[in-house]
Design a protein around this ligand. Sequence first.
Ligand code: V47
Length: 373
Amino acid sequence: MTSLMQHAAEQAGLADIADRVDRGERLTYDDGLRLYRTPALHVVGHLANQVRERLNGDRCYWVRNQHINYTNVCNKSCVFCSFYAAPRDHDKGYVMSPEQVGAKVRAYAHIPIREVHMVGGVNPKLPYQYYLDIVAAIRAERPEATIKAFTMIEIEQIARVGKRSLAECLLDLKAAGLDMLPGGGAEVFSERIHEELFWAKGDSQRWVEVARIAHGLGIPSNATLLYGHVEQTEEKVRHLMLLRELQDETKGIICFIPLSFHPENTGLAHLPPPTGLQDLREIALARLMLDNVTHIKSFWIMNTVAVTQAALWYGADDTDGTIQEYEITRDPHTDREQRLTSDELMALIRETGRVPVERDALYRPIEEVGCAQ
Ligand code: V47
């Protein structure tokens, strides 16, 4: 660490943590609390950047991807969600057929997409075979892309409707073409918040249980934390530590994504959205606490492009991708700013001084998997 930064860390009362980061030692729960609470965000960011560069050098990963939301019908009524339609809300609810999913993929056939990210609501009407068919529809259109689909919560529903064990269900999906699971549905690992905001959905233990089984079967996943609503600092540090323990055990988490809460059109619309500085702190804390997870993503569509550019110096080494359409926090019919071209995305990364590396969902650089344009 430069003497200037050492001085800043001392002034902020964080010299001991800075020493531990320097030595590559694991940070504790109390360290996490202090890093969340210190006003010296520049020191936290510097420490996170040190770890980021140790793990990922100057690289910043991005992906040509496409998000598909196969249904918005959901029986979970999560208070923080603006995307879902209750099963009886026939005006708002939709379900895409396997043919429509295939057509969505085909619509971008002119772009060499490497990751298809598909999630949806928990729709009790959909049969088991439907899920296999929508994965197979993507696989048929995009043999070369990685398919990242279904949160742990959806996996639980799919297994339930198919009367299969979680392992059987995951293996069936894998045989249909699934490569990995996205990180959503974790929210905050806190019984209090589970009760308050997403009581109908599986809790942290269930999320971890599904993840453990998937990882054990060689199906990796991402992980997330939804922040900026009613959560407390202690709950966020515990969330990160629980994920760190899971990762010690399974090594199945590829990337962690702190998700910045968008209150508009949700049951929490009265709350102010997180600020840019809060977003940067979450990225930095994730980088510092999750010492065993290689990648930290700043999801530009939720964090904004501007914050994502700064985040590349606060611990993030990934921006997500070109996206095309995104419906969880934005309406694709009214909001056009949901895609970046690959040139735009690479230029935004280069402007920060980082080196853009195109990847697939498993972080294989595109050149190495032999499918560069
Ligand atoms: O599970 C719901 C969250 C998640 C809101 O794995 C909200 O690469 C903010 O998990 N404001 C889905 N967030 C998105 C997700 C994700 C996104 C990008 C990349 C990856 C990955 C995963 O979005 C949900 C929920 O936690 N969410 N409502 C909201 N109002």
